[in-house]
Design a protein around this ligand. Structure first.
Ligand SMILES: [Zn+2]
Length: 331
């Protein structure tokens, strides 16, 4: 944790300022082990392995942290994947462009391993905070600690430990996996300053009936209950089908006979992912089978979220004909 993060933190219980009570371990400028306290209610929050913990989850095992550390080098260095991830992120954030991040204080709701957090930081954001509830914060921290403008915080999206201090907040593929997506969205929006902006990308209800009717029941009753290593292996089977179909049918069909390709099942999306290799496609399939909770949200419902925060300059964009990108200004 970088000390300047204190300026943005607020107690998730009472909203009071957060102070550094004492730190027992530093690594260069990073606070690794410390205790934070709320000036108002005296509650204490710990900094463990460099990450402030505002969500009382079971203690994350040391070995997970170690694994993250081992992979850290790889994640912090430029990889070939970066260009594709950047493109993908901007696709989800449309109409936002790279230069939109310049000098902004940014919050990412659900940062996972910190892939998008790093991109936002590299696009010139003044500060970027990535929050996540899961153990992924260990990885995200290792992946981003060398970036002077990135902060990783373990927190609950419904009880964000921040002041209303953000110029921009975004959330990609996270809200629909929370128990109450709209409430999570409103919580994120509540941390955006007047005149700031918010972006969200969510699964759409439209065109996804085949998922909600057939895949979701299987996910809820079966695949999300499997151990992750088992599902990792098992999900190779459907990935194999998707991989062959996208590479042998969707990609060539869209290149050669677009009008015909448009008639193919789920063409926009499957053509879109045909550019990805095996690992990325496996990741996508795994992702669709692993989550215990997933909502598919209609345009009408999504619009209602934006109306509730009274967003201006609102844009809702249909993405690959199966999901929604939303963007708006908070006044
Ligand atoms: Zn407090």
């Amino acid at each position: 944790m970088k000390e300047k993060l204190l300026n943005l933190l607020a107690c998730p219980s009472c909203g009071g300022d957060i102070l550094l009570a004492y730190a027992s371990k530093y690594e260069e400028k990073e606070i690794i082990e410390a205790v934070l306290t709320c000036r108002k209610c005296d509650r204490e929050y710990k900094v463990v392995r460099g990450v402030p913990r505002f969500a009382a989850l079971d203690k994350i095992e040391q070995n997970k942290a170690d694994t993250a550390e081992n992979f850290g080098w790889q994640w912090t260095h430029f990889t070939q994947e970066d260009t594709k991830y950047a493109e993908q992120l901007l696709d989800w954030l449309q109409p936002v462009k790279e230069n939109f991040f310049k000098d902004k204080i940014v919050l990412e709701g659900g940062c996972g391993k910190g892939r998008h957090t790093s991109l936002a930081a590299n696009w010139g954001a003044k500060e970027v905070i990535g929050i996540d509830l899961s153990a992924a914060v260990e990885t995200a921290f290792q992946a981003t600690k060398d970036l002077p403008n990135v902060h990783i915080v373990q927190a609950d999206i419904y009880k964000l430990p921040f002041k209303r201090a953000f110029d921009y907040t975004f959330s990609i593929g996270v809200l629909h996996h929370t128990p109450d997506p709209k409430k999570a969205f409103l919580s994120l929006a509540s941390k955006v300053k007047k005149g700031g902006h918010i972006s969200a990308w969510i699964y759409g209800a439209e065109n996804n009936e085949w998922i909600t009717n057939y895949v979701s029941p299987m996910r809820e009753k079966f695949t999300s209950r499997l151990s992750q290593p088992t599902l990792y292996q098992l999900s190779k089977l459907p990935t194999f089908g998707v991989f062959l179909a996208t590479k042998l049918i969707y990609k060539p069909a869209n290149a050669i006979a677009k009008p015909l390709a448009d008639k193919l099942f789920y063409n926009d999306y499957l053509y879109y992912i045909s550019r990805f290799g095996w690992r990325e496609q496996h990741n996508i399939v795994f992702d669709h089978l692993v989550a215990p909770t997933a909502f598919y949200i209609s345009k009408a419902e999504f619009e209602d979220w934006w109306r509730e925060i009274n967003a201006q300059e609102m844009q809702i964009i249909w993405h690959n004909q199966n999901s929604w990108c939303g963007f708006g200004k908070i006044i």
